[in-house]
Design a protein around this ligand. Structure first.
Ligand SMILES: [Mg+2]
Length: 133
């Protein structure tokens, strides 16, 4: 799958890359540092991602602000977006489901648990019919 990973933290970017390569998964990951950069990428790239993994706490444009713009867009609104966050804030969770998400995943602190959780999430999405932009 083509995955757009929107995340401001270098360590988190590294963790996902490491998980994908360690599990020998064939996903192509494009990274954006915040919502603004992600919107630029979505507007300029020829092919859309199959899924978006979205952090919530980011500078410039938060995950929720990005999600609102995405879900109000005529074509981008179809992209399945999975929240990947450390926020256990119930208000965030409810807000995200209300706007429209494909999942809300709390990042485990332990790397092994992170890896096994991400493996399941990515396998689940691989089993799905994707929009194909
Ligand atoms: Mg963050």
């Amino acid at each position: 799958m083509n995955i757009l990973f929107i995340e401001d933290d270098n360590i988190e970017l590294m963790k996902l890359r490491r998980t994908v390569s360690k599990l020998k998964l064939k996903h192509v990951i494009t990274e954006a540092r915040n919502g603004e950069e992600a919107l630029q990428k979505l507007g300029s790239d020829d092919t859309l991602p199959d899924i978006i993994l979205l952090d919530l706490n980011m500078p410039r444009m938060s995950g929720i602000e990005f999600l609102k713009i995405l879900k109000a867009h005529d074509t981008l609104k179809y992209l399945p977006t999975v929240i990947l966050t450390t926020s256990e804030n119930r208000a965030d969770l409810l807000e995200c489901y209300k706007i429209g998400i494909a999942g809300y995943v709390i990042k485990p602190l332990k790397y092994e648990e992170y890896q096994s959780k991400l493996q399941k999430v990515l396998a689940y999405w691989e089993a799905n019919e994707l929009v194909k932009g």
